[in-house]
Design a protein around this ligand. Structure first.
Ligand code: UD1
Ligand code: PEP
Length: 437
């Protein structure tokens, strides 16, 4: 188990380049299963979840060649489908959330897809109904073993269908799209998720020969084709990492430049940080955050009432940045209500911030009111455990702004999604040390 020791209270300075997007990578890597031809992918983040998925693909028989840092080629021309029935697969599949997205491509190309209940963050119930209801609509037969928590779908040939998803599930939409591209006839997915991750996936599939229209909207129309070919794909920068660095800069009063952020794909993210009073400057395709020497002031709504920041399916504000927003608000001037609508256990980490001296009222599992300190009182260093990936980084940001030395345990959670974070933070002046215990 690893631990971070962090000496807080130091101003940081410099520039930081975001890694490739974790959640996009998980979709794109699964899509290599759709063709026997070679696919080259650039800007793959070197993070635990992605490496676990690459290892799973290798065991499934995909030929994986590392061409350079972040660039790999994949070829799924001779798969070992027996692996899907092995005990080893049950362990590997549970290791991350993204593994669920091998089901759609396997079902479409080989007529069967299996997966144990996938892992990922323990942030509340994370049901898979949307995925399997979609496959069933395409004609698949569904099976579930309660004892092993093992899911399976089988079909001779998928047939296109109209479907209105109950929720705009991100991984669910990706999974159904990857099944529908090889189905017979036309599929319409209404209430589809449309995050940049999905837009990237659809663009890549179209380059492979798929026919998908409506990309970027909540209605995708897919005309099935018989087979798909190879392509090359480059991952976007990770928008959640970008948001994390904006928060880090503000809370440590540091001047930071975040390089090559792909502004056009950031949606509401810069504006939501601006609502906390943070100056987010566009410099070409970089984000520049000046040192907030005089703090930052939360805006009210135009009628003067207290600001609420809540999550919503894209193009709404992503739930993956609410924990960061919350921690940054603890040092703002003013108050804000954070409303985490999607996940029911994602705000429990605030008890650690309260221990550090933050003024937060956890109203219920979904809502927390934050009354900012305006830097009149700094957070106190402490020892804490990271419950999930984004809470982990929020606690890390809190520790970097706190007085004294904090310890964060269970940093595997952070390593799931942030590449080489300690080294990259040290490069901009953070006092952070990784200790293997
Ligand atoms: C590997 C990956 O890509 N993980 C992301 C993906 O997870 P994942 O694809 O697992 O999440 P889903 O989009 O399926 O749903 C997440 C949660 O939100 C709820 N929900 C979803 C859609 C909706 O319209 N209303 C609603 O309430 C669901 O019931 C569920 O509890 O999307 C989540 C929501 O953006 C992100 O937090 C995760 O980082
Ligand atoms: C919740 C997240 O990840 P996962 O879906 O992989 O658990 C996340 O990236 O914030």
């Amino acid at each position: 188990m690893g631990v971070f020791k962090i000496e807080g209270g130091h101003q940081l300075k410099g520039s930081i380049k975001p890694q490739g997007a974790k959640n996009e990578a998980l979709q794109i890597l699964c899509a290599v299963l759709l063709t026997p031809e070679k696919i080259t992918i650039n800007n793959i983040p070197d993070i635990v979840d992605v490496n676990k998925l690459i290892s799973l693909l290798k065991k499934l028989g995909v030929k994986v060649v590392r061409l350079s840092q972040g660039t790999y080629s994949f070829q799924a021309d001779n798969l070992n489908l027996e692996y899907l029935e092995s005990d080893e697969f049950k362990v590997d599949g549970r290791g991350l959330r993204g593994s669920i997205m091998i089901v759609g491509p396997l079902l479409a190309r080989f007529g069967r897809g299996y997966i144990p209940k996938p892992g990922g963050d323990k942030i509340g119930r994370r049901r898979l109904d949307t995925h399997f209801e979609g496959f069933i609509k395409l004609g698949a037969k569904f099976g579930y073993s309660k004892e092993d928590q093992f899911y399976g779908v089988e079909a001779n040939k998928l047939k296109g269908a109209y479907m209105l998803l109950e929720e705009a599930s991100v991984t669910g939409t990706a999974n159904i799209v990857m099944a529908a591209v090889l189905a017979e006839g036309q599929t319409t997915i209404y209430n589809a998720a449309c995050e940049p991750y999905l837009q990237q996936l659809c663009k890549m599939l179209n380059r492979m020969g798929a026919i998908i229209s409506g990309v970027g909207s909540n209605m995708l129309i897919i005309d099935g084709v018989d087979s798909l070919g190879g392509t090359e794909h480059t991952m976007l920068p990770d928008m959640i990492e970008i948001g994390s660095w904006i928060g880090l800069a503000a809370m440590t009063k540091s001047e930071l430049t975040i390089k090559d952020v792909s502004w056009d794909d950031l949606g509401l993210i810069p504006n939501v940080f601006r609502k906390l009073g943070i100056t987010v400057e566009k410099q070409g395709d970089d984000i520049h955050i000046p040192a907030h020497t005089n703090g930052y002031e939360i805006q009210n709504f135009i009628d003067g009432s207290i600001l609420t920041i809540s999550d919503a399916p894209w193009p709404g504000f992503t739930p993956d940045l609410l924990s960061i927003i919350l921690v940054v608000a603890t040092q703002a001037r003013g108050s804000v209500l954070i409303h985490q609508k999607m996940f029911e256990s994602r705000l429990f980490f605030v008890d650690k911030l309260i221990d550090m001296g933050a003024k937060i009222i956890l109203c219920d599992p979904h809502r927390a009111t934050v009354i900012g300190h305006d830097f009149k009182s700094t957070l106190k260093a402490t020892t804490m455990t990271s419950p999930d990936i984004r809470a982990g980084v929020s606690l890390l940001i809190a520790a970097l702004s706190a007085k004294g030395t904090s310890t964060i345990m269970n940093i595997e959670q952070i390593d799931r999604g942030y590449e080489n974070i300690d080294e990259r933070l040290r490069a901009i002046g953070a006092h952070i040390e990784r200790i293997d215990v």
